[in-house]
Design a protein around this ligand. Structure first.
Ligand code: FES
Ligand code: FES
Length: 164
């Protein structure tokens, strides 16, 4: 079995793993980072979304061998100590979740959006988040949370993050 070196949430890991294994499987089963969820397993629901070099990617269809030179960030790596990322805080303040199965993927996609577009319009948010499915139908609160986070992040550079 090949040895791969991964950097996840700023921590370096050396793993014996088949490079064809999905990143989601490695995160959940080998690194015990279970915040990224398995939904469809086919890149269609967004529950498994993580950041790779700051951009949202579906970890269920990402081979672990393709991320060895890259920085992976999961929901567990967003907060700075006790301080939640602005998007996490906004999701709480807007109650943008019900069962919360989709939430980590939603938050990671929202962070990716706000990394690239600091002041998205409502339609830009809806377009970007289109691939993230919420079976509980909390979409309007999710949009509100992203708008809230964008305002907070515009006023506080320290509230940004998610690329370590
Ligand atoms: S589990 Fe990865 S997109 Fe659905
Ligand atoms: S809050 Fe239940 S799937 Fe989104």
């Amino acid at each position: 079995m090949p040895t791969l070196r991964l950097v996840v949430n700023g921590n370096a890991y050396t793993l014996d793993v088949d490079p064809q294994t999905s990143l989601l499987t490695v995160l959940r089963d080998q690194l015990d980072l279970t915040g990224s969820k398995y939904g469809c397993g086919e890149g269609l629901c967004g529950a498994c979304t993580v950041l790779i070099d700051g951009k949202a990617q579906r970890s269920c269809i990402t081979r672990v061998g393709s991320v060895v030179q890259k920085k992976v960030t999961t929901i567990e790596g967003l907060a700075s100590g006790d301080r939640l990322h602005a998007v996490q805080q906004a999701f709480l303040e807007e109650s943008a979740m019900q069962c919360a199965y989709c939430t980590s993927g939603m938050i990671m996609s929202a962070v990716s959006l706000l990394n690239a577009n600091h002041s998205p319009t409502e339609s830009e948010i809806v377009d970007f988040m289109d691939g993230n499915v919420c079976r509980c139908g909390t979409y309007s609160r999710i949009v509100s949370a992203i708008q809230r986070a964008a305002k907070v992040m515009a006023g506080s550079p320290a509230a940004k993050g998610g690329s370590r």
